[in-house]
Ligand binder design. Structure first.
Ligand SMILES: Cc1cc2nc3c(=O)[nH]c(=O)nc-3n(C[C@H](O)[C@H](O)[C@H](O)COP(=O)(O)OP(=O)(O)OC[C@H]3O[C@@H](n4cnc5c(N)ncnc54)[C@H](O)[C@@H]3O)c2cc1C
Length: 445
C-alpha cells in the first residue's frame, strides 16, 4: 500500500493519527481534484474544518468539542510540530531557565483528549459554492469552515524580488513564525562576535506589535552580558515603537544606552545582500524632509511585512484594504459568507492586536458560538467580547505590559479599551511566566 492509499484510508480515522502531506502532486492533479467528486463527503454528519493549527485554530477546535459532542472537527496543519512565538524572545535573549523545549508542543494531546482530528496537510483551495476544501492530497466537504491561517511574509515592501526574498529569508530569518527559523536566529545570535546587529520592524499591520522591540532589548541584554562590542540597531518605519513606546524607549535609554540605537521614520527601500547594506528613506519630521540613507550590518534579523494567506483572496472572501479578513461585526463570520469564520491574526475587521492571547480569547468565544449554531441554539454572537494581555520583557528579569478589552459601541462597531503599564517592573517577569504556562496548558493539556 502506497502513501496515497494510506492517506485515503487513514486521515480521518483517528484523532491520534497524523500523516505527512505529500508535496509531489502535480498542478494538473490538483486542478482536476477540484472538479472531481469530493473524496471525503459529509455523510450526514456536521463537519467543521479548521485551516491552521496555531493558537487560534486549536482553541476553536477544543471549544467546539467542549460544547458539541456530535460534530466532527478537523484541523489542517502543514507543520508537524507546534513551536510557539510567544516566549521565543526570552529564549533568544538567553533568559535563565528558558529552553527551546518550552516552545514546543504536540497538538495530538488536545486532539485525543477533546476528540478532534488533526491532519498534517496544507489546504490549497476553497470552493465556497460547493463547500469543499482541497488539500495537497485530498478534498473534503464542510458544513462550516474556520480560517485560522495566521500570517505570511511579504518581502516586496522592502523592494526585494522573489529570489532576493528567499536569500534574505534563509540568511537573516525573520523568526516571526515558529520552527526552523527560530533555530537559525538563535544560532546567529550565539555566534555573533560583535559589530552591528540590525532588527527591522515590519511596515503595515503585523503580528505582536511589541515583539521586535522586546527582541531588541533581550538580544542587547545578551550581548551586554557577554560584554561584546556590539550594537543592536532597530530600523522602524514609524515615528515611535508601535506598542508600549514609552516603556521600550525608557529601557533603551537607561539599560542599553551603548547597546541599542533606535532609528525611527526609517523606511527600507532595498537590501544589498552582498554588501550587507540596508538602504532606507529617513523622514525628518522637523524639516519635513526625506533623505536617502544606508546602513552596513554584520548580522540581521530581517522581519518583513506580514500579510494574510492567499487563500482568502483566491476564495473571494472580503478583505480590508491591507488584505486581512473582513467579518460581520460583532461576529467572526466572513462579511460575504455566513459559513466561513475568520479568527486569529488573519482577522482584520476589528482593532484587535494580532496576539496569541487575542487569538485564544476569540477562539474560546467562537468555538462555543459554532457549537451552539450546530446544536440549533442561538449562537449568541456579540454577547461576549475578547480581551488581551501582552507582557514584554525589557531585560532578563523585568518588563512592561498592556491590556486590551474589546466592547461593542453604541453605533454597533467593535472597539478596544487599552491600558498601558509602562513602568519597568520585576513582577512582570513572574506574570509573563504565569501567563505563558496558563495559555499553553489551556490549549495543550
Ligand atoms: C516573537 C514573537 C513573540 C510573540 N509574543 C507574544 C506574546 O507574548 N503574547 C501574545 O499574546 N502573542 C505573542 N505573539 C503573537 C502570536 O504568536 C500570534 O499572534 C499567534 O500565533 C496568532 O495565532 P494564529 O492562530 O492566528 O496564528 P499561528 O499561531 O501562526 O497559526 C496559524 C497556523 O496556520 C497554519 N496554516 C497557514 N496556512 C495554512 C494552510 N493553507 N493550510 C493549513 N494550515 C495553514 C500555519 O502553519 C500555522 O501553524 C508573538 C509573536 C512573535 C513573532
Amino acid at each position: 500500500m502506497n502513501r496515497r492509499d494510506l492517506l485515503k484510508l487513514g486521515t480521518l480515522v483517528t484523532a491520534t493519527t497524523v500523516f505527512g502531506a505529500t508535496a509531489t502532486s502535480s498542478k494538473e492533479e490538483l486542478k482536476s481534484n477540484e472538479t472531481k467528486t469530493v473524496s471525503k463527503p459529509l455523510n450526514n454528519k456536521d463537519r467543521v474544518i479548521i485551516i491552521g493549527g496555531g493558537y487560534a485554530g486549536l482553541t476553536v477546535a477544543k471549544n467546539i468539542r467542549l460544547h458539541n459532542k456530535k460534530v466532527q472537527v478537523i484541523v489542517f496543519e502543514p507543520k508537524n510540530i507546534f513551536a510557539s512565538c510567544p516566549y521565543s524572545n526570552l529564549w533568544f535573549g538567553g533568559v535563565e531557565g528558558v529552553k527551546y523545549d518550552n516552545l514546543i508542543f504536540s497538538p495530538l494531546e488536545p486532539a485525543s483528549k477533546y476528540d478532534f482530528d488533526i491532519v498534517n496537510d496544507k489546504v490549497i483551495s476553497i470552493d465556497r459554492k460547493r463547500k469543499v476544501i482541497t488539500t495537497l492530497t485530498d478534498s473534503y466537504e464542510y458544513s462550516l469552515l474556520v480560517l485560522a491561517t495566521g500570517i505570511e511574509y511579504d518581502y516586496s515592501t522592502f523592494g526585494l524580488n522573489d529570489e532576493e526574498a528567499k536569500e534574505v529569508y534563509a540568511k537573516f530569518p525573520a523568526s516571526y513564525n515558529g520552527g526552523f527559523e527560530q533555530l537559525s536566529l538563535k544560532k546567529n545570535i550565539e555566534k555573533f562576535k560583535g559589530g552591528t546587529f540590525v532588527i527591522t520592524v515590519p511596515k503595515g499591520g503585523y503580528r505582536c506589535p511589541p515583539a521586535p522591540y522586546e527582541r531588541a532589548a533581550l538580544i542587547a541584554d545578551y550581548f551586554k552580558t557577554k560584554k561584546l562590542n556590539a550594537k543592536v540597531v532597530i530600523l522602524d518605519p514609524r515615528e515611535k515603537p508601535a506598542a508600549k513606546a514609552k516603556g521600550f524607549l525608557d529601557a533603551y535609554n537607561t539599560l542599553y544606552k551603548d547597546y541599542i540605537e533606535y532609528r525611527p521614520n526609517s523606511n527600507i527601500t532595498k537590501i544589498d545582500l552582498d554588501k550587507k547594506t540596508i538602504f532606507f528613506d529617513k523622514f525628518d519630521a522637523k524639516e519635513q524632509e526625506i533623505t536617502k540613507e544606508s546602513l552596513v550590518f554584520d548580522d540581521a534579523n530581517i522581519i518583513p511585512s506580514n500579510k494574510a494567506s492567499k487563500l482568502l483572496l483566491e476564495s473571494g472572501l472580503e478583505l480590508t484594504a491591507e488584505g486581512w479578513g473582513r467579518v460581520k461585526a460583532p461576529t467572526f463570520r466572513s462579511l460575504n459568507d455566513d459559513n466561513v469564520y475568520l479568527v486569529g491574526d488573519v482577522l482584520g475587521e476589528y482593532p484587535f492586536p494580532k496576539s496569541a492571547q487575542m487569538a485564544h480569547s476569540c477562539g474560546i468565544i467562537l468555538g462555543e458560538q459554532i457549537a451552539r449554531r450546530l446544536n440549533k441554539e442561538d449562537p449568541k454572537e456579540g454577547s461576549v467580547f475578547p480581551h488581551n494581555v501582552c507582557f514584554s520583557l525589557v531585560s532578563k528579569d523585568s518588563g512592561i505590559y498592556v491590556t486590551h478589552e474589546a466592547y461593542q459601541d453604541v453605533d454597533g462597531s467593535v472597539k478596544v479599551k487599552t491600558e498601558l503599564f509602562q513602568d519597568i517592573d520585576k513582577k512582570t517577569f513572574d506574570s509573563t511566566k504565569a501567563w505563558y504556562a496558563g495559555i499553553t496548558s489551556n490549549i495543550f493539556e
